[in-house]
Ligand binder design. Sequence first.
Ligand SMILES: Nc1nc2c(ncn2[C@@H]2O[C@H](COP(=O)(O)OP(=O)(O)OP(=O)(O)O)[C@@H](O)[C@H]2O)c(=O)[nH]1
Ligand SMILES: [Mg+2]
Length: 237
Amino acid sequence: MEEVQAIPFIEVAEATNELSISSEAMSFLGSLRHSTKQIAVIVFAGPCRTGKSFLANRYLSRMSGFKVGRDLGAGTTTSGVWLWNETVPVSDECEAIVLDCEGLNSESRSYEVDVKIFALCMLLSSQFVFNSTGSITETTLGDLSVIQLMAEEIKVRDFNPTGGSDEGEFSKYFPTFTWVLRDFPMAFKNLTPQGYMEQSLENDTSGISSQASASNNIRRCIKEFFGGSKDLVCHAL
Ligand SMILES: Nc1nc2c(ncn2[C@@H]2O[C@H](COP(=O)(O)OP(=O)(O)OP(=O)(O)O)[C@@H](O)[C@H]2O)c(=O)[nH]1
Ligand SMILES: [Mg+2]
């Protein structure tokens, strides 16, 4: 019987930055063709070294599985996207594939690869878990700027009669978004994490700097793409 373990899913060619699916993952995904259940995809993503792999293991009710920082060694991070080669029961009708994503903004990766991996994981997932540490700052919002980039690049229809952007259509295709705040600052403990996130996603009207305007654009994209009929929830750990 095959060992239950994390296997590489998306690999990054160091020389060309091209992404490819591993043969192990192809064979695992092929085996799911015979499943009679619906398949959900849950992805753990976010800035590097925030505890994504640790959280993915806890989701699997394990203390190890996806390699965490201490297994990988100092300065080394999860590379590409990893997949747990056993589905997790979600309900009688549904089982989930769990993916652990490499972190954004690691020193060893270009922005181009970060964007590709983040966008791919978001489009593949039904539940997107965005893990970040501390409070929600301009920097954290900046990490989500890729969502805005996706809005500019992605077309959901072959032909848009209005000739405008397809943004209004995105919430139909985007996953539910769960924001997990690690080391939630004590200073905000009088707010629920949900209330804190909603407050952080309110437009900054205090100034007209280009940074404030860029952050407001990201806030708008998050609320529009995940806040409509989709869930946009926040938990703190
Ligand atoms: N005590 C404790 N340690 C944690 C927690 N989350 C992560 N760690 C530790 O923090 C280090 C980094 O955790 P990882 O889960 O590898 O972080 P990551 O976000 O997956 O890192 P990259 O994949 O490199 O971006 C590891 O040594 C973990 O054991 C937590 O909630 N509690
Ligand atoms: Mg990791």
